[in-house]
Design a protein around this ligand. Sequence first.
Ligand code: PLP
Length: 362
Amino acid sequence: MKPYILLTPGPLTTTETVKEAMMTDWCTWDEDYNVHIVEEIRNSLVALSSRHPDEYTSILLQGSGTYCVEAVIGSTIKPGDKLLILSNGAYGDRMGNIAEYHGIDYDLLAFDETEQISVSYVDDYLAHNADITHVAIVHCETTTGILNPLKDIAHIVKVYGKRLIVDAMSSFGGIPIDLQELGVDFMISSANKCIQGVPGFGFIIARKSELMRCRGVSKSLSLDIYDQWETMEKGHGKWRFTSPTHVVRAFKQAMEELTEEGGVTARYKRYCENHDVLVNGMRTLGFETLLPDEVQSPIITSFLYPHKGFDFKSFYVQLKEKGFVIYPGKISKADTFRIGNIGDVYPDDFVRLIETIRGCRY
Ligand SMILES: *Cc1c(COP(=O)(O)O)cnc(C)c1O
C-alpha cells in the first residue's frame, strides 16, 4: 500500500498497473521491446500531439526532462542563429543557463514570475530584432503554476517566421495542445509528468523538416537529437545507448491508461476538478493563491504562507503523516508552498486533503 500520495510536480502518484508493468525484464534488441513497445509509444505520442500530425516525428531520450531541453537547444541552434528565450520562472531561466553552457548566441526576456509572458512585448521585440531565428517558451511554468499564453505567442512567432521551441514538460498530456495548429517546431516533455509514467526518460516531438536541419549541429554525442532519432527511426525503435527498459514499458502502460481515461480532454477535465476542489477548499480555510485565477494552470498551485510565523516544515510533516506529500515553493519574492493536481489523484483525494489541513496545527 502507498504510504502517501504525491501532490507534487513530478514524479507523481502512478497507478498500481503502471508500477506492475515494470516487473518484466526486456532485451533492447528484441522486437518485443523495440518494435512493439518503443515504436508504438513513438507513434502514439505523435498522434497525441495534433489532429494533423503528419509533419511530426518523436524522439525518446534517456535522462530527466532537462536533458531533453538541453538536447533540443544544443541540436537546433547553429552558429549564426540566435535564440530568444522568454522566461517567467526557473525553467525559462534554466534554458538561459543551457544556452550559456553551450556558448549559444541568445537573448533572455525576463518577466515577473507572477505575470504571463507579454504577447505585445514579444511582438515589439521581434519587430526590432531581425537576427532572432528561434524562440523558446515554457508553456506551464511549474515554478509558480502560471500558464503562459502559448497560442498567442506562437501566433506572433510564426508571423515573424521564427522557429518555435516549447517546453511543455508539465502540461503535455494534461492540457490539450495542437502542435501543428500552433506551428510548434520542437516540443519537449517527460515520462513522469501528465502522461503519468515513472521518471527516467523524456521525449521530443519535432517537425520532421526542422529535425532534418539538426544533423551535425550538436556538440554533445549523447544529447544529439538527430542522431538519436536516426537510430530509432532506422532501427525501428532502437535506442543508441542503454534505454531505461522498465521505465519505457511502464510509460506504454501509462499511455494506454490515458486513452482509457478518455484522452487528454478527459484528463484535463479531471485536473481542473482537482484544482477547483483544492483551491475552493484552501480558500475556505483562509489560504490565498499566489496567482490570480485568470493565469493559473490546473497543474500545480502556489499558496502564500497564511501568516508570518508559518512553519512549512511542520505543516509538511503533519500532512505526510496523514498520507499527503506537498511541495515547497520556488520563488524568492514571496513565501509560498505548492500543491500539485496531476498524477493518479482525484477530486476525492483533495476533499480528504482539505479535511486533513483543517485538522492541522499551522
Ligand atoms: C519538470 C520540468 C522540467 C524538467 O525538469 P527535470 O527535473 O529535469 O525533470 C522542465 N521544465 C518544466 C516546466 C518542468 O515542469
